[in-house]
Design a protein around this ligand. Structure first.
Ligand code: ZN
Length: 139
């Protein structure tokens, strides 16, 4: 469990090469970061699916939209009966009620971010605050 006394938390999930075979908290090939990092506005998972494997079921959500970020590999994505190819660089947003599943044709590595639909009230440019302080590598 990461510390929450400071203004950051960090955890190490290890290299991704063997993630598909790792079983973490009863889930094979998936690391959930929310609990480990104390995330409060979203849930994030890192997922590895071996070629030829897929989600065992279709699912939707009650409140959360999901962003699937395909980092490596190729496969297919299913939403509401529509199916389309995905590959490294594919970014898929699915509304909460979208009924979805993912399949790996080549070993897939993807990040899934869940956040409450409509909860974002500002983004980087409106929310960022520049600091006068400097990191050790800044001149
Ligand atoms: Zn989901």
């Amino acid at each position: 469990m990461a510390t929450t006394e400071k203004n950051y938390s960090i955890c190490e999930v290890g290299t991704f090469a063997d993630l598909a075979d790792k079983e973490i908290n009863d889930m094979k090939g998936r690391v959930m970061l929310g609990g480990q990092l104390g995330l409060t506005g979203c849930e994030v998972s890192i997922n590895s699916v071996k070629a030829g494997k897929s989600s065992p079921f279709l699912h939707a959500h009650k409140l959360n939209e999901e962003l699937y970020m395909i980092m490596r590999g190729k496969g297919m994505f299913h939403v509401d009966g529509e199916e389309f190819p995905i590959r490294e660089g594919s970014m898929i947003r699915v509304a909460p009620q979208g009924v979805r599943a993912i399949k790996a044709d080549e070993n897939l590595l993807y990040i899934c971010i869940q956040a409450n639909k409509g909860s974002l009230v500002q983004a980087t440019m409106e929310d960022g605050v520049l600091s006068e302080n400097k990191a050790s590598w800044m001149k």
